[in-house]
Every structure is written in structure tokens, then in C-alpha cells.
Design a protein around this ligand. Sequence first.
Ligand code: SAH
Length: 305
Amino acid sequence: MELVMLKFHLAKTMAAPLRLLLEDTSRYLKSFELFLDRSSEHQCMQDFIHNSLPDILGSIGGGRPVFNVMGVGSGTGEIDLDILAQLHMKHPHVKVNNEVVEPSTDMLHKYKVLVSKTPNLDYINFTWNKMTASEFEKHWQEKNLGKKMDFIHLIQMLYYVKDPEATVSFFRSLLDKDGKLLIILGSGEGGWAKLSKTYRAALCNPEISQCVTTGDIKTFLDTKGIQYTKYVLQSHMDITECFTEGDEVGKLLLDFLTQVIDFSKNAPEDLKKGVLDLLRHPDCSKEVDGRIMFNSSMEAVVVEA
Ligand code: SAH
């Protein structure tokens, strides 16, 4: 009898374990798209791709007629196609083999639809690898593909691998001698870092490297003596709805910020309150015309071969 009572008590008081947003691919896609809509994320990346990347792209390829390019964690492909368009402007006569590494069926589908709707992509041959970065590494080694790459990008995806340093090392090892590796992640100084470092124990899943920032990557590259150039991408995200209890937009944005499925429902009250207070704190956000704008700044790191 006592045991039954105890079980009942535990069931009532124990919070459900927080599940990683990535486990629910359709909710991940929905909250990712809402995040893109509410943030200047892709606009900032595009500014970087249009203003700083062309010179970098101009220096690769060694005059060869075909370039090998790779996008890892490409998502729905908008940024990848923008990079490929800049590459084409710099090297108009070059053909491109573009490897896409992306584990989500939903994301890959959207990417393929985007390709089918985008004119003038005849110079690109797409290879679709529906797999994670580590599955791809195994696949590459098993197939013994000695092919060297001219340009590889890992954009906003290193959070989802177990060992970001090993992942960077592997992809860098695929570069040709004048190839470049582009990494974009939340910066060590922005709101993402503040949030994930404050609530590391509660929010960061030990199976992946969820809390990684460009600060960690730069430390790793410095230790190894690897050359790189960095660029700051000042971005922000409107999180106003997160502070309206029960708001559907707010719930999805909170899921993306914490990377937890239905955070508002599943997180214990004290964690929820702590996260919301921190999101509103000047370390993370500021109020502009009555809206709460989260500092979602990123950095781009361009790594030499
Ligand atoms: N680069 C895109 C998408 C970023 S979202 C952009 O900036 O718009 C992160 C992407 O990484 C998602 O598409 C997700 O499906 C993918 N991803 C998740 N785990 C991954 C893994 N282990 N290896 C490679 N990609 C992964």
C-alpha cells in the first residue's frame, strides 16, 4: 500500500525528462522556420556571403574546371544556394560537384524543392547524403573516397555532433591544399552562450555538444596552430511572445532557444522562470520599440587547409 502511494506521489511530483527538440523532426523544422522568420539570422549570413565570402571563394580551386563543394547540416538549403551563387559569380566557367550531408528527411525534401524551383543551377551536380556528419565520415572512409574538397561549410550545425573538434578535424582533412572550411556558430559573447552556459546542466544534452560556441572552436584551432580568419555576424531575434503564457509562437521559439521539446510544458517551474528571467536580462536581450530582442549574434570562422 505504502509503495503504491509512493509511486503515485513520485508520478505527481517528478517532472518528465526534457527531450531534445531534434528527436521530433517535424517540431524541429517548425520551430526552426519560425526562428528564421523572427530573427535576422539568414539576413546576417547573406550579408557575410555577399560582402566577405566572394574574396575567399576567389582564392580557391587552383584554376581547376570542376570544384568540389560540401554542405554539412544544410537544412533547407537557402544559405547553400546563396554560397553556390557567389561561387558561380567568381568562377563563371567552373562546374560544381556539391555534396549535401543532412540527416533530416524533411529538411532534405525542402532543399530539393528549392533546387527544382531555382533557375540556372545547371552548373551544379548535387549528391544527396541523408546522414549525420559522423555517418558521413564512416561512409567516406568505407568507400575510400580520396576526393579532395575545395570548399566545405558547417553552418549552425556543430551543436548536434558529439565531438565538434573531431568533426572539424575530419572535414578539414578533406580539403585540397587551397581549400577552405567555413564554420558559423553562435558567438561566445552572445545570448546563446549566456543561456546555454548558465543552464548547461539542465539544458545541454551530454550526447551532443549543444553548448559549443565559436570561442571553443577558436581555442581548439589556436591550440593546434591552425590558421583561420573570423568575422562577427551581429544578429537578433524577436522573442517578445515567449513572455506571454500559452502563446503558441512563444512556445515554439522557447523550444528553439532551449532545444527542448515543449519546454513550457515539460520544464520544471523554477527552470522555466530562470530561463525566462535570463532571456529578459540585459546580458541576453534589449527592448526596442516595445519588443524584446534577443542577441543571437554569431561568428563565421574561415579555416585554412
Ligand atoms: N545550415 C542551415 C541549417 C542549420 S539548422 C542553416 O543555417 O540554415 C541545423 C541542421 O543540422 C538541421 O538541418 C539538422 O537536421 C542538421 N543536423 C542535425 N544533426 C546533425 C548531424 N549530426 N550531422 C549533420 N547535420 C545535422
